[in-house]
Every structure is written in structure tokens, then in C-alpha cells.
Design a protein. Structure first.
Length: 552
């Protein structure tokens, strides 16, 4: 509905716009400069100063008098029909004017809209070029395919009366154009809707979004076609040049905006398709890259449309871009960190050190990656707060991606008291190795259990194995089981764990039991106790379902 309101508003503005033809004080017919030639040509073809012979003197002298008048009228109708209003204050008034781009005495009033029409200097006077005269018939036929008299011939006499600057038949023609545009819009929607649905939406397998994406695209495309058709037809109304200029600029701006909206809608369809394709991949980085790409394309479309609209409003876009470039240098110097963060974003997307959802350590901070934006990377920490780290820093930091680990590491040193006999330490180490082999989630590869160090207050046994899990809660559960199994086995064997301390041993103190453990128990008895415990432990783990068992 907002698109239709905008259409109605545009037509209302166009209908109530400026309605005055270009006119100035009577110029002398000197043809001494481009300004005088154009002034003479247009002034003496106005309704209240109509002297076509004087206007025809701006045509090449090689033509006969009648042909010069016909060509002058044709050129005036082409300028009026295209809505090209000549601003005489911008036309060179010097006799020896030279186009600096080609270094010739040539002046083109409308180089972008009508490059075929230009003036050239001959024998000290400025005339319309012979090449311009040769192209007038083609330009006139393209602009008025039915001729300029067609509507005038079918219009009744009473419709020639003027009302607010326009003849009545022109007002009726504008209303007819509005009705024609609305009807065309409805017809085109009916024609385009099934084509878009079958040829684009269905082929991309966007079933869920089919109706929404299709209707939005059809709405814009039908309006765009309607305005292109109206732009082609409105010169037939032979509006005054100021009114025609208002129509030309307004329609051009509206068509440019519709093209931008159409490009955005097409981009949305492509992004939705890519999002569905990204969902089928294991990598999560593409899920994060797509929104960034969409925002980048949207910014480019908006900026391009803005420059297009400014150019249609006669703003010097080249000078504006140059000014923005100079200002951009100053801005870049003042916003080096922002540029650094942007470059850091590009490096993150290229190197892919992590994916959205990975658990990482960046600069001593632990958390899950939530989003990678243009400026910063957002990490959700353990307390569910969100930490934003500038991408410029992320690119230069030591980063540890804990989310890509194939296994979890169990590594510890178990300290035994210094009074533990060597044979008991050996039995204890063998028992730990058996515990690690029995546990179903401890990987059999790279198991290290060794007596590693005689520390200050303990005899250390080094243990390092890999746990086959990606779930942190399961990792904690396995570590708890391993620690408790080692503690229980040590208790059965009568082994004590050391801790940083200083102990004073008094071996012969009356009525006090010595602190030194009694290791008089036979070696075979200790081995039997250990083996009984390990057999019970083996039975415990054998009864546990396997990891890949669906009933686990």
C-alpha cells in the first residue's frame, strides 16, 4: 500500500508542478555566442513572441528557408517533449568558447540526455551542427511515433481552452495516463506473478517463502514497467517545457528508486536461497557471512541510488565525490581504529579461525562466539554476559578454539607420600593404567601413566589420557569417575596422597603410636586387594552401554 501511496503522491506533484514555458527578454539575432544562438532559437518560438524566421536563422545556412523553420520547430518540440529546460545563465556567453574535453569550438547543451544536439562555430557565428539537423527526424519520430498533431486532431475544440497553465485536453490526457498506469499495473501483476513463482521462486525451492517473496517482487516489477511505459508516452501530451521537465525528473527519480528496490528484492531472494544452502553445511561461518554480505549490498544500493537521484537533481556528483574523498581521508585518519576493525573482519572471514557457536579463548577470555560483525566479535561468557572484542584486536590476539577439539584432555599429577615403597608405587601405576583401559570413554591411544618426579613433598605420578567426548558436562563426569576410581584404589592399597607440608617424625615416643605406616603386609596380599578392586571396576564398566548405543 505504501508503494501505491507514493505513486499517487508523485502524480499529484507532477500535476500541480510548475506550468510555465521558458521565456526571456527579446534577444538580438547576433549568433555571436552559444547563449545568443539558443536564446534566439527558443525565444522566437514562444506563443507570445512567435517569429519562426528569426528562430530558423540558428539552423545551418545550407538549408533553404522553409526547411530551416521546420527543423527549428522540430528541435523545439524535441526539447519540450523530453523536458529539457535550457537555463541560459549556464550557457557560455563568450564567442570563442572551446570544449576543453575535445578542444573544439563545440557546445552541447545536454550531453547526457541529448548528445546528438550541439552547436558549432562557423565564420564567427554559432549554428546548430549539420549532424544535429540530420538526426532531428529520427529523434522526433522516436519521441512522437504518432506525430505531434495526432492528439490535437482528435481533441474537440472546447478542450483547447487553458486551465492553470495547461489546455483542457492535456489535463484529460494526464488523468487518462493515471488511469492507464493503474490498469497496466493490475494487468502486469496478473501476468508476472505466475512467471516469477514458477521460473524463479519454485526453481530455487523457496516453498515456505514463496508467497511473500513473489508478491514483493511482482509489486515492484509491475510498477517499474508501468513508469517506464509512462515515461515513453508522456511527451505525446506536448506539455510546457517546465512541466515536462518536472515529469522527466520525477519519473527518472521514481524509476531509479524502483530499480534499487527491485535489486534489493532480488538480493533478498538470493540471500534466502543461500541461507537454506548454508543450513545444509557443517560450517557455521557462512551463516555469519551472509548477513554481512546482505548489508554490504544494501549499502551499495542505497549509496548508488542516492548519487543517481542527486545527479537527476543537477547536483554535481563528481565534485561531491571529490569532496567526500578529501573528507574521507580526514575521516580515515580520525577513524583508524574503525578501519583496522574492518580489515580485521575481512581477515577473520578469510582465515576462519572459529565458527559461530565455537567455545574459544581470546585474550584470556572464555566464551561461545555469538556473532562476527563489521566492527567486533561478540562472545557470550559463562555468566551469559556478552563480551564485544574489536576485530582489529581479535586478528592480532592469540586465539584458542576449544570448539574444534576432537577429544578432551585429562592430565594430572598424583602426589604420593615419601614413605610409599617403590613396589607399591609400581602396583599403583599399573592399577591406574588398568583403570584407564577399562573406562569406555577413555581413548586407548596416547595413554601416559608414569612415575615422573620426586618433588619437594611428594612422589609424583603423571597421568595424561584423552576423553572421547565433545560435551563439557560429560567431560566433567568422566573426570570425576576417574579421580574417584583412583582414590578408591589407593584406599584399598593403603596408599596416602601427599600435600605440601612438613612432618616431624618421633619414632620412640612413650605411649604414642608411630606415624610411619606399617608396610609389613605381604606384597601378594596388596596385589590381591588391588586386583579385586580392579575386577569389580571392570564389571562396572562392562555393564555400562557403549557410547554409540542408541539406548545409552
Amino acid at each position: 500500500m505504501s508503494m501505491k501511496r507514493s505513486t499517487l503522491l508523485l502524480f499529484f506533484i507532477l500535476l500541480t508542478g510548475a506550468l510555465f514555458a521558458q521565456r526571456n527578454l527579446a534577444p538580438p539575432v547576433t549568433l555571436e555566442s552559444p547563449k545568443n544562438t539558443i536564446w534566439v532559437h527558443l525565444y522566437y518560438l514562444q506563443a507570445d513572441s512567435y517569429e519562426p524566421k528569426k528562430s530558423a536563422r540558428t539552423m545551418p545556412v545550407a538549408l533553404d528557408s522553409m526547411e530551416r523553420i521546420e527543423r527549428a520547430l522540430e528541435l523545439k518540440q524535441i526539447l519540450d517533449g523530453k523536458g529539457l529546460y535550457v537555463r541560459l545563465n549556464e550557457v557560455p556567453a563568450i564567442a570563442n568558447y572551446v570544449d576543453s574535453s575535445i578542444m573544439q569550438s563545440i557546445y552541447t547543451p545536454f550531453p547526457s540526455e541529448l548528445p546528438e544536439v550541439y552547436l558549432e562555430r562557423k565564420n564567427g557565428k554559432w549554428y546548430y551542427a549539420q549532424e544535429t539537423i540530420a538526426s532531428l527526424e529520427r529523434l522526433h519520430n522516436d519521441l512522437y511515433p504518432l506525430g505531434t498533431q495526432y492528439l490535437l486532431d482528435i481533441a474537440p475544440q472546447w478542450s483547447m481552452k487553458e486551465f492553470v497553465g495547461l489546455k483542457l485536453w492535456q489535463w484529460f490526457g494526464l488523468i487518462g495516463f493515471f488511469i492507464l498506469g493503474y490498469v497496466l499495473h493490475l494487468i502486469l501483476k496478473i501476468i508476472i506473478r505466475p512467471l516469477i513463482g514458477k521460473q524463479i521462486i519454485a526453481r530455487l525451492h523457496l516453498v515456505d517463502e514463496k508467497s511473500r517473496l513473489r508478491d514483493r517482487l511482482v509489486q515492484v516489477l509491475s510498477l517499474l514497467l508501468v513508469f517506464v511505459i509512462l515515461k515513453r508516452l508522456y511527451p505525446a501530451l506536448q506539455l510546457p517545457v517546465r512541466t515536462a521537465e518536472f515529469f522527466r525528473v520525477g519519473l527518472a527519480i521514481f524509476i531509479g528508486v524502483l530499480v534499487a528496490v527491485l535489486l534489493y528484492r532480488i538480493t533478498r531472494i538470493i540471500i534466502v536461497y543461500l541461507q537454506k544452502a548454508a543450513e545444509a553445511t557443517e560450517s557455521k561461518m557462512d551463516d555469519q557471512v551472509l548477513p554481512v554480505i546482505e548489508r554490504s549490498i544494501t549499502v551499495m544500493i542505497v549509496v548508488g541510488t542516492l548519487f543517481y537521484v542527486l545527479s537527476k537533481l543537477n547536483v554535481n556528483v563528481t565534485a561531491l565525490i571529490a569532496g567526500l574523498s578529501i573528507g574521507g581521508i580526514a575521516l580515515a585518519l580520525a577513524a583508524q581504529d574503525t578501519v583496522k576493525n574492518l580489515i580485521g573482519s575481512v581477515m577473520i572471514f578469510m582465515d576462519k579461525p572459529f565458527q559461530v557457536g565455537d567455545f574459544v579463548e581470546i585474550g584470556g577470555q572464555f566464551g561461545s562466539v555469538v556473532e562476527v560483525g563489521f566492527r567486533s566479535t561478540r562472545i557470550m561468557t559463562k555468566d551469559s554476559s556478552v563480551l564485544s572484542i574489536p576485530n582489529g584486536q581479535v586478528a592480532n590476539m592469540n586465539l584458542r578454539n576449544l570448539g574444534v577439539r576432537r577429544f578432551r584432555l585429562f592430565e594430572t599429577e598424583i602426589g604420593l607420600t615419601y614413605d610409599t615403597p617403590a613396589y607399591l608405587i609400581e602396583q599403583f601405576i599399573e592399577g591406574i593404567r588398568k583403570i584407564m583401559r577399562l573406562h569406555p570413554l577413555v581413548m586407548p591411544e596416547e595413554q601416559y601413566v608414569y612415575f615422573s618426579k620426586m618433588a619437594d613433598s611428594s612422589l609424583n605420578v603423571f597421568v595424561r589420557v584423552n576423553i572421547d567426548t565433545q560435551v563439557w558436562a560429560e567431560e566433567l563426569d568422566v573426570k570425576q569417575e576417574l579421580y574417584l576410581d583412583i582414590i578408591r584404589m589407593a584406599y584399598e592399597m593403603g596408599i596416602r596422597f601427599a600435600f605440601p607440608s612438613r612432618t616431624l617424625y618421633i619414632e620412640d615416643f612413650p605411649e604414642k603410636k608411630s606415624l610411619v605406616p606399617d608396610y609389613s603386609e605381604a606384597k601378594i596380599d596388596i596385589e590381591q586387594k588391588r586386583d579385586r578392586y580392579l575386577a569389580a571396576l571392570q564389571e562396572k564398566y562392562e555393564q555400562r552401554p557403549a557410547k554409540d548405543d542408541p539406548q545409552a
